[in-house]
Design a protein around this ligand. Sequence first.
Ligand SMILES: *Cc1c(COP(=O)(O)O)cnc(C)c1O
Length: 367
Amino acid sequence: MSDLASLHPRAGAVLEVDLGAIVANWRLLAQIAAPAGCAAVVKANGYGLGAAPVARALAAAGCGLFFVATLDEGIALRRALGAGPEIAVLNGPLAGTAPEFIAHRLLPVLNHPGQIAEWEGAGDDHAAILQVDSGMARLGLTAAELAALAARPPSYPWRAVISHLACAETPEHPQNASQRARFAAAAALLPGVPASLAASSGIFLGAPYHFDIVRPGAALYGVNPIPGRSNPLRQVVRLYGKILQVRQIDRGEPVGYGAAHVMQAPGRVATVGVGYADGWPRALGHRGCGHLAGTRVPLIGRVSMDLVTFDVSAADPGAAHPGALIELLGPHYGVDAAAADAGTIGYEILSALGARYHRVYRAPPDQ
Ligand SMILES: *Cc1c(COP(=O)(O)O)cnc(C)c1O
């Protein structure tokens, strides 16, 4: 870890991404879902971790189908991956953009009749993915729109038919079974077209939810897909913030904006170069923690834009010095723990991870 600090002298914080853990997570999910195929969702820049390095590692491990959210993300990923893997764009074509999908060999997910017409208008019978709504009222055809489509099929082939579960992280929720039934009925109207319903949590609802292809995102990156039970996935992310300054503070002295924290005893405060502009949630004010040389150090005061303060009184005084790294995410305090303290979900912690972090990618052992 001191190596990390000296390797990144300019960094306020260093984000380590374990590509080997991502590949291991993908293999575990693929094994659980088999014989269904396993795609990978790398939208929002690979949930904040870097779509290009993540997708390259997964493609080398055998993943052949990637999902992003937007056309821009699809174009960038096509450049990163080259010609081989399939890349699907979940939000589908906005008006006038169908030719760009074709030029970059991207599979659009068509979500409503307007997008279906847009794709037909682009000509040349390029394959597309169809999304049907099975109970989320977000994206996808209604049952009536699907019946009309099935009666008058378009000229182009369907690569897959997909839908998305609203409550998959709550296995006992009755909406899971009802969405599954509605999706199965929809897929039956498109015989021979591969069907895909499950994302990370849906994979753990069992084989009836797997259909032909599963589409995990968050679980690849170590977020627990089965909240309340032990996480079967490997942790992927470690985030280290660098100490900029350490001060000795008397009892009764305030720390940070709003004088919102007042020291209850004399102690040492370390200021670290990470803030809410880096995606470290302001909601962690007075709540989060870090770990310094293995000792838990509470986050005190408010999170500023570029700075955050920790009470390091309990840590070895030799360890708390400018340039030392405090673990903000890692084995002691994972993405889900930080999310719980911030009142959010791991997805938001990851996808907010800041652009200012220096990033280190650990390659899979076999690549
Ligand atoms: C984001 C997304 C996924 C992946 O979801 P996770 O819960 O991150 O696994 C799959 N399908 C669709 C349609 C999505 O929007």
